[in-house]
Design a binder for this molecule. Structure first.
Ligand SMILES: C[S@@+](CC[C@H](N)C(=O)[O-])C[C@H]1O[C@@H](n2cnc3c(N)ncnc32)[C@H](O)[C@@H]1O
Length: 333
């Protein structure tokens, strides 16, 4: 496992700024964030003041030349665009040329693009969750092969509320490629964690990612990846899982499947429960279409399920667009 950079603690202002900027570049690069969101202005100011390429060299070491990039690289296209942008900024400032920058671009230009790439999400503990994701947002007829913002938000909420998961059995519905669940397993100490989904290629990718992050039963808590279709999950199956807490991110997006999701949530909340009582149920959603989301809430109400909105500020750990409307709700009967 690699140690990644940590954001700087308060101290020397210049060193602090530079460390934070390097951290920002690293976090954004490994998560393949849009290039326009990188802190280029800081780099430009540094280049204008110093005329040396020291900062560019450090950025390169924390991104394309970092050991994590050798093992779990972002897509070829992304690395090419990133290096081209770095060179463009450096040349525009007429800073001293840097051979390793052109060498790195040369290597990427000779590499072949695949249908999959790695995205890595750096954790506060310094490790990283690396995920094999699809280069396309929707591929193989499913939305489950990339990580969604509501899943990143729920993972951040979990990092801020680790006690909610510690020592408990967690069931995740619609896990996708696994960012939220792997973050919980790596940082929150659940006693058991059941990832689930229904789509064949998502389940395959999920299993690969669970293994990639060392959670295949050798080092992690009791971790399982199961096929669990919301329309087909029986009470016996749910009883056997015995979850104390059920989580799901970005599962409210298709009006056609809301009905079976609500029925399942009702079965989870009403079914025979572990000694501590019914499980806690947390659903994190990006509200893209208010009609679809309202339909979900109305169906919850018709099923006799109440909810509290518990969205609140969370520590900013992962890079993603925070402008989208995300709501986290807790369900109860
Ligand atoms: C938008 S993705 C969200 C993935 C992940 N939770 C995240 O936030 O990145 C929705 C996920 O729900 C899964 N899903 C959709 N319908 C389902 C069903 N009926 N049963 C189980 N999983 C389902 C999809 O396969 C997909 O992985």
């Amino acid at each position: 496992m690699f140690r990644m950079m940590n954001a700087q603690q308060p101290g020397d202002q210049t060193a602090g700024n530079t460390t934070d900027i390097l951290h920002d570049f690293q976090v954004s690069f490994f998560a393949m964030r849009r290039l326009a969101t990188f802190p280029w202005t800081f780099l430009e100011k540094e280049l204008a003041n110093e005329k040396t390429s020291e900062l560019v060299s450090d950025i390169l070491k924390q991104t394309c030349l970092h050991p994590l990039c050798q093992k779990h690289p972002p897509s070829v296209k992304y690395r090419r665009l990133f290096l081209t942008e770095l060179i463009r900024r450096q040349e525009a400032a007429e800073a001293e040329p840097l051979d390793e920058l052109y060498d790195a671009l040369g290597q990427v230009l000779g590499a072949e693009e695949g249908a999959e790439c790695y995205k890595s999400y750096i954790l506060p503990c310094g490790g990283a969750v690396s995920l094999l994701e699809s280069v396309a947002v929707i591929s193989d007829g499913t939305t489950g092969l990339v990580t969604w913002e509501a899943g990143l938000y729920l993972a951040e909420w979990a990092l801020d509320n680790q006690q909610a998961f510690s020592g408990r059995t967690v069931l995740e519905l619609g896990s996708g490629v696994g960012l939220t669940g792997i973050t919980v397993c790596r940082s929150c100490g659940p006693s058991r964690f059941v990832f689930s989904d229904c789509h064949r290629s998502v389940l395959q990718k999920l299993r690969d990612n669970v293994r990639l992050n060392g959670l295949d039963g050798r080092t992690g808590p009791g971790v399982r990846v199961e096929e669990l279709d919301w329309g087909a999950a029986t009470e016996e199956r749910l009883r056997e899982i015995g979850a104390n807490i059920v989580i799901a991110a970005d599962v409210v997006y298709d009006p056609d499947v809301i009905g079976c999701l609500v029925k399942l949530l009702s079965r989870i909340l009403r079914g025979s429960s572990p000694p501590e009582g019914p499980p806690e149920v947390l659903i994190s959603s990006t509200i893209r279409n208010p009609d679809t989301y309202n339909c979900f809430k109305l169906q919850l109400e018709s099923a006799g399920i109440s909810h509290d909105v518990i969205t609140g500020p969370v520590s900013h750990v992962f890079p993603y667009n925070r402008v989208s409307a995300i709501e986290l709700i807790k369900l109860y009967i």
